[in-house]
Design a protein around this ligand. Structure first.
Ligand SMILES: [Zn+2]
Length: 65
């Protein structure tokens, strides 16, 4: 069982490395790291959030705007 899980993990990782295709436009997703800053209303200090976003033709305009 443990071996099966390891294989599944590897397969999943390999698929991530290759990039998955968007079912809507057929483009390969481009994984980008988006950093957004947010000011805490309570402490007044900035905090940064890192988010991985998969970009394809469907959402590139939204992401890069
Ligand atoms: Zn798409």
């Amino acid at each position: 069982m443990a071996k099966q899980q390891t294989f599944a993990d590897k397969a999943a990782k390999a698929a991530m490395m290759k990039g998955s295709k968007c079912p809507a436009c057929g483009e390969i997703f481009q994984p980008i790291l988006m950093v957004t800053s947010e000011k805490s209303s309570q402490s007044g200090s900035w905090k940064f959030n890192e988010r991985r976003v998969q970009v394809c033709k469907c959402n590139e305009k939204k992401v890069y705007s």
